[in-house]
Design a protein around this ligand. Structure first.
Ligand code: SF4
Length: 704
């Protein structure tokens, strides 16, 4: 961190970490970012959290990949056995020409045997243009839809429920709309740590007299600001929400006029909810019935209410059901489509919204247009000027993240192209994923560091970090924002869109992009959501929210005031039943394990653990437990514990945290030395195909 006045250049861009999408200014001198300041962006109004403010120096870390690498013929067997500081024990340096040829040749050979042998993981950390190109490469170049990214691990179930019942997978209102609300439910979200700048708006809302209802199995920090704190048992989301809705029906607190005008399936929903009185659900939820009733009344009686949720809702085998309940709660209280109302799943990665919008998912082309529709495919084949597989590409939905790992073990996927994702750390039951990566016949990894996934690669293509590239990103608010390069990529590293383009051309495609603005222009041809949003506007204005109704419209903060993008224009109530988690505690595994993030570290730690300030604040793998749990185990805070599930064991330092319920363990997943995902359950939600990261049965023992 440099002297505050000591810089030569300021570059306006966007934070590379979470989906809040704070605008910031990189202060640059001598080819290095010296420090960062917040800008007056629509989502942050000059605010930044500790990651945005101090987490930039990873880009200058000596571990950066600066030359293409090819696995040595005499390298040891593939595994987590490479020192990121010295990759030349397993890899040799190559020219770009050689590395790209090698990468393309291996993929083309598998394609020649069977097109579906190859799958791709793109990234929510790149630009919209890069996400679009990546999915295009798989679909145009291989003729199928086996392409996905980390949305599958965060909000896939929320998107499934929103598309089903509202007709759109994005938020119906920006989080800043809370300024116009008088009540808000925040559930399954530790926003103070995971969306810190958004959380500042939530706190201000409460300080102004807004009524916050904070519901979470952990006593998350926002609870201090809450009118109602509902610390329910892990996995009891549907029981709690159905009980709240039961009260609203029983006491006739619903908005009959809104329901009649804008919804369908209300009578079935009302009948279904009769079976969930709070008195019956209280024990299951671990909350007294009267508290459930009081929270329900507060929400329903509000003039304008918003609902925010995080991965505590989505990462369950019943994650889609959880989100269906939240949608129903908003609909029955008329809380969509007006100022201060809305449904808002807080998106995780800085560009997970944009990457999903751009079609980096196996079931949808850009703008959530289904791959099963022949007319839609024809339109994209036309935009792309043809596809490798002939006149059309597959009408079959592709495999999702966890399914692809299973398909590798089954021999159905034999090669992969992975850009900016780290499944060797982020997948559930990660030893299973690592074994799958080791089995691949040809693995191309494009990244900025020698990640745990890159250790399994046959060829590594050195890419650019976010502050080194030009491109757009879309935050949780649907705000499309312009990112600008502050410094060039180190050594021979290149911008990702260039690498994808070079690879595509070696796979026989005929791409000729000269700048990301040309990719953006092509995206607009197939994406109505980008109407009235041009590259020039983004350069001039920094951000435009979609939908934007005219070239002057900054975009609609609130949508669906006059109906929904579904047949008949109505949103739908979809009843949900209480289902158990995939595995429940028993004598052998008596505690509940919950995984998540912590304020200073980002996801698999690739970036933040190489950031000096952030790593100094949180240097060590840890887990958190209630004092009563520690006492039961005979462990002092700071002592080591061994956590064991049906998948494996890790040893971590134990912290005392009263926010964690008794007999529950919380573990962050950023630490490779004690990878939390060794423990997690790969069981999937059947609709969103998201794994159950938020519930596993675990044994905890004192370790040496
Ligand atoms: Fe970056 Fe998110 Fe923090 Fe904003 S809140 S500075 S986008 S990590």
């Amino acid at each position: 961190v440099g002297d505050r006045a000591d810089y030569d250049e300021e570059v306006a861009s966007v934070c590379p970490f979470c989906g809040v999408g704070c605008q910031l200014s990189f202060k640059v001198k001598d080819g290095r970012i010296r420090y960062v300041e917040g800008l007056d962006g629509p989502a942050n109004e000059n605010r930044l959290c500790v990651k945005g403010r101090f987490g930039f120096d990873y880009i200058h870390h000596p571990h950066r990949l600066t030359k293409p690498l090819i696995r040595r013929e005499d390298a040891p067997p593939k595994g987590l056995n490479v020192d990121p500081a010295n990759p030349l024990t397993h890899f040799r340096e190559a020219t770009w020409e050689e590395a790209l040829e090698y990468a393309a040749k291996g993929l083309a050979e598998l394609r020649a045997q069977k097109g579906t042998y190859v799958a791709g993981f793109g990234s929510a950390k790149g630009s919209n243009e890069e996400a679009y190109l990546f999915q295009k490469l798989i679909r145009q170049g291989f003729g199928h839809n086996n392409v996905d990214h980390c949305t599958r691990l965060c909000h896939a179930s929320s998107v499934a429920a929103l598309l089903e019942n509202v007709g759109s997978g994005a938020v119906t209102a920006t989080f800043n709309e809370i300024e116009n609300a008088d009540v808000a439910l925040i559930i399954g979200s530790n926003a103070i740590e995971n969306h810190p700048v958004a959380a500042t708006y939530f706190k201000q809302f409460a300080r102004r007299g807004g009524k916050l209802i904070v519901a979470d199995p952990r006593g998350v920090g926002l609870g201090r600001f809450a009118a109602h704190r509902l610390q329910f048992k892990p996995g009891a989301d549907v029981a709690l929400l159905n009980a709240m809705m039961h009260v609203i029906v029983e006491e006739e607190l619903y908005d009959a006029d809104y329901i009649a005008r804008f919804t369908e399936n209300w009578e079935e929903m009302k009948t279904h909810l009769k079976g969930f009185p709070p008195e019956k659900m209280a024990e299951h939820c671990g909350i007294p019935a009267e508290e459930i009733r009081a929270a329900a009344r507060t929400f329903a009686k509000g003039r304008a209410g918003m609902i925010f949720w995080g991965m505590g809702v989505s990462q369950h085998v019943h994650g889609t059901d959880n989100a269906r309940c939240l949608i129903s709660l908003a609909l029955m209280t008329g809380n969509v489509g007006r100022p201060g109302t809305g449904l808002h799943p807080l998106r995780g990665q800085n560009n997970v919204q944009g990457a999903s919008d751009a079609g980096l998912i196996p079931m949808f082309l850009p703008d959530y247009q289904t791959v099963t529709d022949a007319d839609i495919r024809r339109r994209f084949v036309q935009i792309w000027g043809g596809v490798w597989s002939g006149e059309d590409f597959s009408a079959e939905k592709g495999l999702t993240v966890v399914e692809i790992m299973d398909a590798i073990h089954a021999g159905d996927i034999r090669g992969m192209y992975i850009m900016g994702e780290n499944p060797a750390m982020s997948d559930p039951d990660v030893d299973h994923a690592r074994a799958a990566l080791a089995k691949l016949e040809h693995l191309v990894v494009q990244d900025i560091f020698l990640t745990e996934t890159a250790m399994f690669a046959d060829v590594i293509l050195p890419a650019s970090a976010w502050p080194e590239k030009t491109g757009t990103v879309t935050n949780t608010n649907r705000q499309v924002q312009m990112g600008r390069p502050a410094v060039p990529p180190p050594g021979q590293a290149r911008e990702d869109w260039r690498i994808i383009t070079d690879l595509a051309n070696r796979l026989g495609l005929d791409w000729s992009y000269g700048h990301p603005r040309e990719i953006f222009a092509e995206m607009k041809r197939g994406m109505g959501s980008l109407d009235n949003i041009t590259w020039e506007r983004l350069e001039a204005e920094g951000a435009v929210t979609y939908p934007s109704l005219s070239p002057e419209d900054p975009g609609q903060a609130v949508v669906f005031g006059d109906g929904f993008p579904r047949a008949g224009g109505r949103a739908r109530f979809t009843p949900a039943n209480v289902l158990p988690p995939d595995e429940t505690p028993d004598a052998e595994y008596p505690f509940v394990l919950i995984t998540g993030r912590q304020l200073e570290h980002w996801h698999t730690g690739t970036m933040t653990r190489r950031s000096a300030v952030l790593d100094a604040v949180e240097p060590e793998a840890n887990c958190s437990m209630h004092p009563s749990t520690l006492r039961k185990l005979g462990v002092e805070p700071g002592g080591m514990v061994r956590l064991t599930t049906r998948r494996g064991s890790v040893e971590v330092m134990a912290r005392m945290d009263r926010a964690v319920a008794p007999d529950t363990v919380f573990i962050p997943f950023a630490y490779v030395e004690a990878a939390a995902n060794i423990l997690t359950n790969p069981a999937l939600d059947p609709f969103g195909k998201i794994p159950e990261f938020k519930f596993a049965a675990v044994r905890v023992e004192k370790a040496a």
